[in-house]
Design a protein around this ligand. Structure first.
Ligand SMILES: Cc1cc2nc3c(=O)[nH]c(=O)nc-3n(C[C@H](O)[C@H](O)[C@H](O)COP(=O)(O)OP(=O)(O)OC[C@H]3O[C@@H](n4cnc5c(N)ncnc54)[C@H](O)[C@@H]3O)c2cc1C
Ligand code: SF4
Ligand code: SF4
Length: 402
């Protein structure tokens, strides 16, 4: 018998393994699965008919993530020893959008926004699925199907609470789009690769032509946002918020909200990320996720943190890991057509970021611990080498002298 929504509910949702990617709701052929919000978190619930097609369970990245099979299917090979921490890739670059408006709108270098707009312009895709905010509740992220430059720009920047973007996949397919681009965090992309690996639902699997994955250390509980707003911004009634940004310009981007009385309240990035959301409000499922650099995306994109960069004095760059043929073609075309400024980047510099440590060491250890207690854990089908990594540039001078 094929798995039904009941199987998904029992094995994934009730076990705390749901990443809230939205895929099950977004591909259910009867439209029976909906996301309802509890404590601000989207939870898949069966509100209509389940025909036991199994698509939701087989595409779900909550419990089973067969990374090696996906790699073989996508890149024709498994990762080699030097690719253990980043996944299979062709090359790494740092880049930024040459268009000033796009670079300023983006979280780091505006690369994801620039590449989506360029892919639409040259016809690689005919629509994109990105993360915007709900119209009535402009603090809650949701998936948007977009086709114009202004819509793509409007959705720029990172959303750090859950963005169930894959919930709009059927909307895009039903509108007749046949070349869909998806921007998402690693679990969004894993769901898409699971569908493509299985070839089902076939219309969806065939229609998705481009995936841009964001590096992801974690998403945060809505509860964290509620406390951030109340305790650091003095806002208890969210209805007064007209706009919310986690990475408002200038780079590296602060938390900013606009209120209906015209006021703007801002919290320093370092303070709200490293002293509030990260230590206190990481989603539990994210604590066990070992895919940091969107390991099965066509291009993975993250913040570029060079020790030479001066926050507040210059604009951002994005680290890009180009993985697939499609990703390579898009990056080369965007470079040659002057859409992106691109410089070569050493893979070790990409791994200097905090997220690598969070995922490949801390999350890998936590996952093994939970497994040893018999707690539910996701299976990525890979082993992470948890040995401390020698990173010379992080050793303080006085430590070196000892
Ligand atoms: C939850 C989260 C955690 C991250 N953690 C890290 C990290 O540890 N290390 C690191 O180097 N970088 C991390 N990033 C990536 C970084 O914040 C930037 O998104 C990335 O550098 C791309 O910047 P950009 O200026 O090129 O993209 P932009 O031009 O700003 O475009 C970003 C695109 O991503 C989409 N998007 C934004 N948030 C989400 C979301 N939650 N789900 C799906 N789509 C979304 C937007 O709609 C837009 O299309 C994280 C991003 C997110 C969302
Ligand atoms: S498909 Fe996504 S939203 Fe649905 S149960 Fe799985 S992880 Fe959760
Ligand atoms: S940490 Fe993993 S599970 Fe959590 S949002 Fe990021 S990719 Fe998804």
């Amino acid at each position: 018998m094929k798995p039904s929504f009941e199987t998904l509910d029992r094995n994934v949702i009730q076990k705390g393994l749901c990443t809230a990617c939205g895929t099950c709701a977004g591909i259910c052929p009867t439209g029976g699965i909906r996301l309802i919000y509890k404590e601000g978190e989207p939870i898949p619930v069966l509100m209509g008919e389940c025909n036991s097609c199994g698509h939701c369970y087989h595409s779900c990245p909550g419990e089973d993530i067969p990374l090696p099979d996906m790699e073989l299917h996508l890149f024709g090979k498994h990762r080699n020893v030097t690719e253990q921490n980043l996944g299979v890739y062709k090359y790494c670059v740092s880049a930024y959008a040459r268009d000033a408006e796009t670079r300023l709108a983006g979280a780091s270098g505006g690369v994801a926004t620039a590449l989506i707009n360029y892919a639409l312009e040259v016809g690689i895709i005919d629509c994109a699925i990105v993360a915007g905010y709900q119209e009535q509740r402009p603090w809650l992220p949701e998936g948007k199907v977009v086709t114009t430059r202004s819509q793509v720009l409007e959705a720029a920047q990172s959303k750090y609470t859950v963005a169930p973007v894959n919930a709009v996949i059927n909307e895009a397919v039903n509108k007749g789009y046949k070349k869909i681009g998806v921007v998402g965090v690693p679990c969004h992309i894993e769901a898409i690769r699971k569908m493509q690996l299985r070839g089902r639902p076939s219309k969806v699997a065939k229609s998705i032509r481009l995936t841009l994955g964001l590096f992801c250390a974690s998403e945060f509980y809505f509860e964290g946002l509620r406390h951030l707003l109340g305790e650091m911004c003095g806002v208890d009634d969210l209805k007064h918020i007209t706009k919310l940004q986690y990475r408002s310009a200038p780079w590296p981007g602060h938390f900013a909200i606009d209120l209906d009385n015209g006021e703007r309240r801002v919290v320093d990035r370092h303070r709200y990320v490293y002293h509030f959301l990260l230590p206190l409000y990481k989603r539990d499922r994210c604590e066990m996720c070992v895919d940091w650099a969107a390991e099965v995306a066509d291009i993975a994109i993250g913040d570029y943190w060079s020790p030479d960069m001066k926050p507040g004095e210059e604009q951002g760059h994005s680290s890009c890991i180009v993985r697939s043929e499609v990703g390579d073609m898009l990056m080369e075309m965007a470079r040659n057509d002057g859409v992106l400024h691109v410089e070569n980047l050493n893979a070790n510099t990409v791994m200097a970021g905090f997220g690598y440590e969070a995922k490949k060491h801390a999350a890998a250890f936590r996952l093994a611990q939970r497994q040893s207690y018999g707690w539910p854990v996701p299976n990525f089908h890979i082993e992470c080498d948890r040995e401390p990594t020698k990173r010379e540039f992080h050793i303080a001078p006085e430590t070196k002298q000892r």
